[in-house]
Design a binder for this molecule. Sequence first.
Ligand code: SF4
Length: 190
Amino acid sequence: MLFCASCAVKNCGRPMGAEGDYPGGCPSLDPVLSEALEKYRDPEERLMARQSAVTSPDHGESRLPKTIRFAKLCGFQKLGLAFCITLKDEAAQVDRILRQEGFQVSSIICKVGHVSRQEVLGVGGSCNAMCNPIAQAELLNREKTQLNIVLGLCVGHDSLFIRHSEAPVTVLAAKDHVYDNAPLEYLKHH
Ligand code: SF4
């Protein structure tokens, strides 16, 4: 069982070179770590990990500019934008900004295909067309995008999209109907 969220010491996060003890059963001592580290030898994995390491410490940069910087540092030119129809205005804005930054952008809405939820999933109670994250991913796969950006896909739809996306995925915004797409706001109220 992995228990980092409830670990009181977080010894893995100590500064390099500092002393410290790991708790019993700590995954930092798990032999699988050396296998994981081997995977950073792969040039693409290494490039992404390095550029993320470069961009992540800059706390004065919001997520969209950071995503743009990360994509440029990785040499990605073809981006996918998988968005929710409820954020269509924001998607148009993000699309424009990414294009202004020189990227080729393929954008794909959740309702693509205008498919009946009742017919495909047996879910009634709404006249809304079904969200279609597998199609979103497969259409972007066909475009051979190099990085797919998720904008406001619902819980579960994002899971399916990520599972089916061939390109690596980053989330620009996570859907939250109550807290204006800032899910961690919930923690301030509970
Ligand atoms: S890796 Fe070990 S020290 Fe770090 S949070 Fe998890 S249990 Fe704690």
